[in-house]
Design a protein around this ligand. Sequence first.
Ligand code: GLN
Length: 252
Amino acid sequence: MIAPLPRPTALRVCALYPDLMNIYADRGNLLVLERRCAWRGIPFELSSSGLGEQLDADAHDLFYIGGGQDRDQELCAEDLIATKRDGLHAAAARGATILGVCGGYQLLGHSYTLGDEEIPGVGLLDVRTVREDGPRLIGNVAIEVSLDGDAERSRVLAGFENHGGRTRLGDGQAPLGRVLKGYGNDGRSGQEGAITANTIGTYLHGPLLPKNVWFADWLIARALGIGAGELAPLEDELERETHASARHAAGV
Ligand code: GLN
């Protein structure tokens, strides 16, 4: 008989600006984290930090910031610098997991430049984004990723992208993955997203996690400080079909 896996303590998630940085089903990503914890009997706590609110670096294991329109993003950027930058750096330094999607990804970098204006980011990822002339980068996308602590050597993340900004990585910055189909960071480099320790940015929108539950589990495990293999397996038939269909949509 296999001994039951030890039950991890609660996963404490903090959504940053859930009302402003929340387009393309970002709430669905949080719901996937909540459900996959609940199905395993892992207590789940969701809180939020909005405009003007300080951030307690020690009170959360996973921080989530979703996508946003340029206007809302600008509003959040100012606030992020004023009230949350130090807290986020402290959280990253103690190993908390931080996930930024699209506009949220851009804000985890150094800057987002729109014409003459440079919107500063928190600088957790060594990336810079510029809104150049040219079309928005829109469509289904699939990338190949290899993540620390994942039993598989490489896996596919499949999703949808829609961004005007083009993101360039600094010299030592690792991308999250290699573009198989779609545009990725800038439509040219073949790179998508960025990862430094447990801080991750990607252009793959919500529903990123519904389409890639293996990645949701990797995030949960990281945030709990356990190996992904220590999470109880779930019956993922529907989730596997969802992943296959997202890959199919991207042509991979
Ligand atoms: N405003 C950013 C851009 O267009 C991000 C968009 C988004 O989050 N979908 O590049």
